[in-house]
Design a protein around this ligand. Sequence first.
Ligand SMILES: C[C@H](N)C(=O)N[C@@H](Cc1c[nH]cn1)C(=O)O
Ligand SMILES: [Zn+2]
Ligand SMILES: [Zn+2]
Length: 476
Amino acid sequence: FHYMDLAQYVDSHQDEYVEMLRDWVAIESDSSNVQKRPELHRMMETVAQKLRLMGGTVQLVDIGEQELPDGQTLELPKVVTAQFGNVSSKHTVCIYGHVDVQPAKLEDGWATDPYNLTEINGNLYGRGASDNKAPVLAWIHAVEAYQALSMDLPVNVKFVIEGMEETGSNGLDAMIMAQRDTFFSEVDYIIISDCGWLSRRPALTYGTRGNCYFFAEVEGPEQDLHSGVYGGTVIEPMTDLIGILDTLISPSGKILIPGIREAVAPLSDEEWKMYQDIQFDMDNYKNKIGVNQLMYSNKVDLLAHMWRYPTVSIHGIEGAFSDPGSKTVIPAKVTAKFSIRQVPDMDPAMVKKQVTDYLHSVFAKRRSPNKLKVTMVIGAKPWLADTHHPLYEAGKAAIKRVFNTDPDLIREGGTIPIARTFQDVTGKSIIMMPIGGFDDGLHSQNEKMSRYNYIEGTKLFIAYLNEVSQIKRTSV
Ligand SMILES: C[C@H](N)C(=O)N[C@@H](Cc1c[nH]cn1)C(=O)O
Ligand SMILES: [Zn+2]
Ligand SMILES: [Zn+2]
C-alpha cells in the first residue's frame, strides 16, 4: 500500500479540492426552502456528473414527491448512487452523505457570504462546508487519488448521496427498502462522515441521537388584530402557544412530558467510565459557544446530556412578528417548531402520542376557545454501533497512520435520520468516521471546514479504504 504517494498526491491537489468545494458551496441546496428546490436538483446533478466523469456507474434515483403542509406536492431531489469496482473477492463499502444544507442568510450574522466559500486563516467558511459537502468531496477525492495513480481500489466503493437529510431524509427509507436486494445486496459495510470531532483529537462515532420534530399550531381570530384595539378582549393564540411551550421542559432541563424520561435506557457503569475517560475541556466548550454557564457543571453529566439523554429544543414560531421594529399586532395563527432528540429506548411513535396527548391536556386546562393542532413531521430513531466491530479497529489503524494518535470514541448529539434504517433494513454494519472539526459551527452562522481537516480527512479516507480491505471475511 503506497500511502505516502497517495498522501503526496492529495497535498499537491489541495487547491483543486478547495475550488471544487467552492463550486459546491455556491449551489444553495437548502432542502427546507421550497423556493430553492431547483438549486437542490442542480446540486444532485452536479454530484452525479462528477461521479460519471470519474467512470462510476451512476444512477439518479427518482424517490417521488414530498407533500407540503398546504397539501401541494413537490418533486424530491433524486438520490445519487454510484459504483466503483465490482471485484467479488473484495469487500464493498457504501459511503453515505448528503449535499443539502441548512438555511443561511448573510443578515443572520454571517461575516462572509454563506454561499461564497471564503478562506480565512486556514478555515473555509460557507454553508454546508462541513455539513456535509467537504466530507462527501473528501471521499470522492480519495477514490480519485487511487485512480490518478493507477492503483487498484482496495475495496469496491459505492456511494449513496442524498439531498433531504436536513429535513429528515424524506423518501430515502423507501429507496433503501426497494434496493435492499439489488444495490445493497453486495455491500459489506456502510461508512458515514456526517458529524464532527469532540476536540482537536480525531474521533470515531458509535452513536447518534434520533429526532422527533413537531409543529404546534394555535389558531384564533380570522386575521391579525390591532393589539390596542382588541388587546384585552380576545384570547391571544400566541399567549396560549407560549403557555403550552413553557410546560415542555423545566429551567433545569427536566423534560416534563409524562413517559419520556421513563423510557430512557439507564446509563451503565461502562458508559459512565467511558465518558469519564474522554478528554474534554469544559471551558473550551463554553468559550466556543460564547456562554459562561452550562446546564451541567461536570464532564460526565454534560457528555451524557449531549449524547445519551433526550432534550427539547424550541426552534421558532411561524406567524409570529419577528422583523426588526415594533409592530403592535396580535397574530391570528402561530405555529411553534420544536424537537425532541431521541435516545435508546425511546420510540418515535410513542413520543408522538405522549407529546400530542400532553399538549392537548395542558391546552384544555387553559379553557381557550382557540384551536390547537399538533403534528410530528420527522420521527427519526437513534443509532448505536458495536465499537468492538473490526470496522472500528480498522478506523483506529487509519487514524494512527494519518494523525499518529488514537481516536476518541464518541457519540453524536445530532441525528443522521437514515442511519438506523441502513442498519435495520440492510443488516450491514455501520461506522461513522467524522472529519469535521469540533468548532465548525454546523447549522450556525459562519460554518466552516478547516483546510487541514479537509485535506488530512481525504488522506484518512484513503488509508481507511486500505484498512477495511484487510478485514477478514468471517468478520463481515
Ligand atoms: C448530524 C447531521 N449532520 C445533522 O445535522 N443532522 C440533522 C438532521 C435532522 C434531524 N432532524 C431534522 N434534521 C440534525 O441533527 O439536526
Ligand atoms: Zn449533516
Ligand atoms: Zn446538518
